[in-house]
Every structure is written in C-alpha cells, then in structure tokens.
Design a protein around this ligand. Structure first.
Ligand SMILES: [Zn+2]
Length: 845
C-alpha cells in the first residue's frame, strides 16, 4: 500500500492505471434509461387459456383464467399486461369485477382486500386481432400456395398481445391451453396433450404444462403438419413440418436424441420435461424459439439432400435444445441478464459441435463466434454484456449476448477447468431450477465451486465493455539462450483498462516442445523462456482457451512456419496475417495450406487470404486449387476469393462453377455473387440464367441477385427490380431489395426501398433498412425516422435509428469538411492579399 501524498511517492516510476467503469460506445441513445426488474403485487400460479382461432379473420376469442396469490396485505387491485384487446368481461367466480383498460394495461379492481398469500381466481373474456405475439400465415392472391398456419412468438414481451397476463420473465407459473382450431389443423402447445374432441365446426386441443415456467415461454403452433415421433430415455420427441415435407424431417432432426443425451450428461441434469417438440413453421420471424417443451423453428432450416452437402440444421437444433435447460428450466430474471439464456445456449451449441465433430470444428466455431462479436464491436457498438440501459428489451439480443458471452463462458471454463465448470453448471441448474437467476447468482455458484472470489473475472468480461487485445513481440537471444516475449495490452479506450488472463505459449525447437502458462495482469509484461535451440515456431494460446484478440508480430518466414503448426488456431491466425503479404513465398504457403491442410477451416481461410492478396500469382494459386479441392466449404471460400479479381480468367471459372449442377447450392450462390464482382461483360447472361435455378431457400437466385447488383449495369437493375415484387419468395425479395442499394443513381431504387419499408412482412422491412445502411443516402432519412419511431418490430426500430444516426454523422462530417475548406480558401485569399501588399510596399521602397 502506498500512502497518499507521501513525499517519497515515486512519481513517474509507476504506470498508473485508472479503472473506470466502461459503458462502451454507441449502444445507448440519449433518451435511454435503466431498466430494473418489475415487482408485482401478486404471484401467478396458473394460467388457463381457452382460445378460438378464427383463421380467416386473423382473430381470436379468448377466456383467460388466472390463478394467483396476493404478495401483500390489503391487496385491492392487480395490473395485467394486455395489448390491443377488447376486454368483454372480468369475473371472479360468479361475480363480475370492475376494471379499467387503456389498451396496454388491464387494471382489475377487487371487491375486497386480500390478505398476503390469499388466493384469487379470475376469468377474463376478451377478443383480439393480434398485431404481434400470435401470427396467422395464410394464402393470398400473390401467395396462393401458402399452407395455413398459426404460431406464436412470445419472447420478449409479445404474449400480452394474445393473452392477458403478467408478461415478464421473473415469475413462473404452470399453464394450460385449450385451442379451438379448424378440423384439419394439428395444434401443439407447451407440455402434454391431455385430450382432443370435436365441437361443432371445431376440433378442440387441450394441452397442459404442469411444471412452472415464465409466461414469455407459453406457445402454440397450429396448422397442417406432417408429424413424426420417437423416444429417447423416456422422453417423447416430436417433429412437425409443413404438410408434404415429411421426407425432410430426418435430415434436420435425426441428431435430436444425441443432443438431448449429450446436454443431460454434460450438465449432470437430466432433460427437465417429459417431451420435446420441434415444430417448423413458415415465415417465422426468428431462427428458432425455445418455448418450454415446444421449440418453434423457421422452416428455412429444412433442406434437401444436395443442400445437406454443406448445410446443417444441428447448430440451430442444439442451440434451442440447450435452452430447455438454460432459459426454460432456469430463466434470466430480467432482460439485462439475458446472456444467462443466450450465451449459455450458444456455448452449449459449440460444446455439442465438439462432442459430434471434434476439437478442430469446435475451435473454428469459437473463432467464428469471435468474428461475429468483433464485427458488431467495430461496425456498430460496444456495451457491457450485462447492461440495464436500453429502450427495447429486444436490443440486448445481439452479438454481445450470444457469441461474446459464449467466449466468456469458454474462458471461464479454461480458467477453472472443465470438471469444475461442469460442476458450476450442475449446481446453477439445480439451485435455480423452475426459478429465475441473475448474473450475481451465477457468480456466487462459480465462487462456491472454486472456493475463491471471482468478481475480477465478471468485472472485466461481463460488467464492462470491450475485450482484451494483446500485441505480442518476441525475440531470441542466442547468447543467453532465452526467448524474450513482450505482451502489451492494446485494447481500445472503450475496453476494460487492464485484463487479468492466463496465456499459454507453446514453443517448438529442434529439441522438442516447451509449454508455459503466464498470467497477464499488467498493461505491459515481459516473459522469458529458456531454450537451448533457436525457436522454430511459437504458438500463443494454441488451443484457443482465452477470449483475447491476438496481434502477434511474426516476420514473414515465421508466419509461413506457423501455417504448418499443430494448432488450428495458430494456423488460422497465420493464414489471416499472411493476407497482408504479397510475396511469392506467402502465396506459395497459402496455396499449400489451401490444398493440403487436414482441416477444411484452415484451407478456407487460406483461400480467402489469397483473394485479399489479389495479385496475379494469388489468382493462379486459386485457379489451380479450384481444379483440385472438393470440400464444398473450401470451394465456397475459393468462389468468394475469386470475386476479388476483375479478370476474365477468374470470371470464366466462376461461370463454370455457377453452371455446374453437381456443385453445392451454396458454392454456386457464392460463385454468382463473385461473378458479378468481376464485372465481366458476359456475367449478366450467366447471372440472368442462374436466377431461375431452384435451390435450398433460393440461395442461387439470391446469389445471382447480389451478383447482378455488383455488376451494376442498367440491365442488371431491371432484372433485380422484377424480383423485389410481391409474389416472389420472402428471402428472394429481401435480397433483391438490399441489392438495389448498389444503384444510388436510380430514383426508382429509392421508391422501391421506401415502399418495401411499409411491407407487412418483417423481413422485407428489414431489407429496406439494410439497403439504407448500404446507400447512406440522406434521402432515406425520413423513411428511417419513421421506422425508428413507429415500426411494429422493435429490432427494426433500433436498427433504423442507428442507421439514421450514421447517415447524419456522415453529413455533419461533410459539412465540417466544407467549412474547413472555406476557411482554408479564406486564409489563402488573405495570404495572397498580404503578399500583394508586401510586394507593393517593396516596389514603393
Ligand atoms: Zn437462443
């Protein structure tokens, strides 16, 4: 300890670090306020909903019976969440109760004072045409072949659009759904089905969820489905897909039993419910949603045999299944702590990859997680993983909550060891099962297991923004036979000042391998490793155990050696770093890795690096590899890399790939986009033809649309326009609308984008915002402002507001630049006048 103001204080000898709370940047807008968990005056015990689905009117009639308990003495009223409903009647038994309703809050006045813990059962009769929460997918003039479906999406706070209830995660209750549906419908909901019966024109489905869960997880899916069932460890597994697609079930879901078994075993907590249903629906607004026992998934995940070459449903299936433990059994207390649901599901998904495909695939998945987070960090904003300051609860569902949080859990696992990490998961799940938790609850479980305080870890990784960046220099001193390694923390100002992390370093010499682990805890540190021989390769964090961005100052020769090292992480970092070298040696090494590395991820990264190098020699390497490499994911990277060259040679190969029926859909799609980038004169002909090729989720058509956009010709514009029209599939339309952004000189492009921004389909409106972000045109500001203030989807509001802010900043910069130039002109003019005067004075004298 150093005494404050001591005259002997060694000023200047110590680097002082000021640990200031890091809120991050650009996430919060000025009007944002902190959000704290709600504390209601009652506790819901059971929700029973009887629901009639009037499909063609997109309307429901409901009766909700809520059983609740007073949480305080003298309770005289309760508040429920209920949006845009017509409330017909509120009853307690035979008594009608008074209520007031403002369109979003239903206040029910009791006719007596309730004691603490006293029970109350009320029934609400209501009607609604839900704008959110419950979605009706129906055929229409433009889409006559749509198979009717009704499905719900509660998270975050949308179940209140179709059920009057307490709609916030921090309370759990049992639930029951009695659904009146058309006779040709199958209805699924949470829990188990207790009965079906016919009643006039209806078929009535009765589902009961007899274990408590949060109300945002209440769900239903109804429609015409093909259904298959199986069993694992006594748990009934149900798969439902839109009618006519039965053959697709196996390809997407056959690993479900293994996934359920793996998570049960890994966490030490058996699957918590007695069945698990996965229902694929059309036009789903997310990838998947983990409602308790009934996960609803986008039907885009269903795919044919050819797509299966390089497309898999397992990541989605595993992610949602993991939520049955993390999210459903133990649920975040509020949205600020959503990483307890999402990071855990993301990390469990990666651990399943490791179990299924091995360590290399796992590491690559974690690298991709890091890429995804870093993209958000550099292009959009940074924030602490746990933050209370937001406007819409959906805003915290981002790359900080998913991949970054997964990387933090991964680092935690590396530091405390896998056995203890599993013990933490087990204790956490058992302690908070059927209840809620926040980050402090989780931290305390970690501390219980390891027997140490762990605040420092949560402070640096969870409660503050940013991430560590390590710049590493090293040199070998032959005389002292020492390898000197200097590590400097060079993260940005929006990050925690000094991180404390362990770093493993593996050094290979002729004599063998030396491994050392160092704890980094200062801004700059130097370490020494004695080695008898000169260093052949030096791997930093060879198993990618710690979440830190590494910048290792290798010279070219060293990088080339790293590209052949045992560690996948090192090889990938080397391939990426080599993209900045244009020498023949670098290209030769990358070509070798591309063609011979035993892990496809390294080959793919090498292909991308060659594309970035962009020289004639790099192109030759890619062309040669294209003729030999067969792995579809590597071929996809080659196709992407070839798009970096504006040369006929590259274009011809891309055209060949695009036309090849044997090739994977995704490779052809990538080739189409790249072909456009080459600007080859014949590209338009090929791309126009490719528009009509059928493929998984129209991925080839979409690739061709992006290619046409890159080409940028008038003819391309006309083609793209056709595909923006209603009648085309949602994904195709969305891609075409984004593609229009490449034509800022066309007035029509603006008109179409603005019309799309009012479309009823969320994905189409989202495409309009993405197009605006690409165009950065002030002409789209009114559109963005409108979306930001009134769009139904809050994710879209946020994104539109962000894009509008970006455009305005650009404009300001432009004006500042103009002002600066005017000032310079003025100074120049004054200077000229001064010189003039000087010259005249000189002449005079
Ligand atoms: Zn999730």
């Amino acid at each position: 300890m150093i005494e404050f103001l001591s005259p002997f204080f060694p000023i200047g000898l110590e680097v002082l670090c000021v640990y200031i709370k890091k809120h991050g940047r650009d996430f919060e807008f000025p009007d944002y306020k902190p959000n704290y968990p709600r504390s209601p005056n009652f506790r819901l015990e059971h929700v029973r909903v009887e629901l009639k689905l009037y499909i063609h009117e997109k309307r429901i009639e409901g009766r909700a019976t809520l059983k609740l308990k007073s949480m305080k003495k003298n309770l005289t009223y309760i508040n429920l969440d209920a949006v845009d409903m017509t409330i017909k009647k509120v009853m307690e038994g035979e008594k009608e109760l008074d209520y007031s309703y403002d369109g979003s809050k239903l206040t029910i006045f009791l006719d007596r004072k309730l004691e603490a813990d006293e029970e109350l059962k009320i029934t609400i009769d209501y009607e609604a045409k839900p704008k959110k929460g419950l979605y009706f997918v129906l055929p229409s003039k433009k889409y006559p072949n749509v198979i009717p479906q009704v499905w719900s999406q509660g998270e975050t706070e949308d179940n209140r659009y179709w059920i009057p209830l307490y709609d916030y995660p921090n309370m759990k209750c049992t639930s029951e759904l009695i659904v009146y549906a058309p006779k040709d419908f199958v209805v699924f909901a949470n829990g188990r089905m207790v009965s079906t019966r016919e009643s006039g024109e209806w078929k009535v489905w009765h589902w009961v969820m007899d274990k408590p869960h949060s109300t945002y997880l209440i769900a239903l899916a109804a429609g015409q489905f093909d259904v298959e069932e199986e069993e694992v460890d006594g748990i009934k597994l149900v798969y439902a897909v839109p009618k006519g697609r039965r053959d697709y079930i196996k390809r997407s879901f056959s690993r479900t039993p293994d996934i359920i078994k793996f998570f049960s075993e890994y966490t030490g907590v058996p699957y918590p419910w007695d069945n698990y249903k996965q229902i694929c629906v059309s036009e789903f607004i997310y990838g998947g949603m983990e409602n308790t026992t009934i996960t609803i998934l986008m039907d885009y995940t269903l795919h044919d045999e050819k797509a299966h070459m390089d497309y898999e449903s397992e990541p989605l299936v595993a992610h949602e299944a993991a939520h049955q433990w993390f999210g459903d059994l133990v649920t975040t207390k509020d949205w600020a702590n959503i990483w307890l649901n999402e990071s855990f599901a993301t990390y469990m998904e990666a651990l399943y990859t490791r179990h299924w495909k091995g360590e290399e695939e796992f590491i690559y998945e974690m690298i991709k997680n890091m890429d995804a987070y870093l993209r958000e960090y550099s292009m959009r904003y940074s924030r602490p993983i746990v933050t209370r300051v937001f406007k819409y609860s959906s805003e915290v569902f981002d790359a900080h909550s998913y991949p970054k949080g997964a990387l933090v859990l991964h680092t935690l696992k590396s530091i405390i060891g896998e056995d203890r990490f599993r013990e933490v998961l087990k204790r956490f799940l058992n302690k908070f099962k059927f209840g809620n938790a926040d980050t402090e609850d989780f931290r305390k479980v970690v501390e219980e297991v390891i027997g140490e305080d762990f605040e420092w870890f949560f402070d640096q990784y969870v409660y503050n923004a940013g991430h560590p960046k390590l710049t590493i220099n090293y040199s070998y001193d032959a005389e002292s036979k020492m390898l000197k390694i200097s590590i400097k923390q060079t993260q940005g100002d929006d990050c925690w000042d000094v991180y404390r992390i362990p770093i493993e370093i593996r050094v290979k010499t002729k004599e063998g391998v030396v491994e050392r682990m160092f704890w980094i805890s200062e801004k700059e540190q130097t370490f020494y490793i004695p080695t008898e021989e000169k260093v052949e390769s030096i791997c930093v964090d060879p198993k990618f155990k710690v979440f830190a961005v590494l910048e290792i100052k290798h010279v070219l020769e060293q990088l080339i050696r790293e590209l052949e090292c045992d560690s996948v992480y090192c090889r990938i970092l080397a391939a990426r770093a080599l993209s900045k070298h244009k020498s023949s040696k670098a290209i030769e090494a990358l070509k070798k890795a591309l063609m011979t590395d035993k892990f496809w991820g390294v080959s793919a990264e090498s292909a991308l690096a060659l594309g970035k190098i962009g020289t004639e020699e790099a192109l030759e390497a890619l062309i040669e590899a294209e003729s030999k490499v067969t792995h579809p994911k590597v071929r996809r990277a080659i196709a992407k890399a070839l798009g970096e060259f504006r040369e006929e040679k590259a274009a011809e190969i891309l055209a060949k790939i695009l036309e090849n029926d044997e090739e994977s859909y995704y490779v052809r799609s990538e080739a189409a986009t790249s072909l456009g980038k080459t600007k080859w004169e014949k590209a338009q002909k090929y791309l126009t033809k490719a528009l009509k090729v059928s493929s998984h989720n129209d991925v080839i058509t979409r690739g061709a649309l992006s290619g046409l956009a890159e080409l940028g010709t008038d003819g391309a514009f006309e083609k793209i326009k056709e595909y923006t029209k209603p009648g085309k599939s949602t994904l195709v339309r969305a891609t075409a609308i984004v593609a229009l952004a490449k034509f800022p000189e066309k007035r029509e492009a603006f008109d179409i984008i603005i019309t799309a921004s009012k479309d009823e389909n969320f994905r189409i409106r989202y495409a309009a915002v993405m197009a605006a972000e690409e165009m950065m045109s002030p002409k789209l500001l009114p559109m963005l402002d409108r979306i930001a203030s009134e769009d139904l989807d809050e994710r879209l509001r946020r994104r539109a507001r962000e894009v509008a802010r970006k455009i305005r900043k650009h404009l300001e910069k432009g004006t500042e630049y103009k002002k600066l130039r005017e000032e310079i002109e003025k100074i120049k003019e004054e200077n000229r006048k001064l010189l003039d005067r000087l010259a005249r004075m000189e002449t005079k004298s």
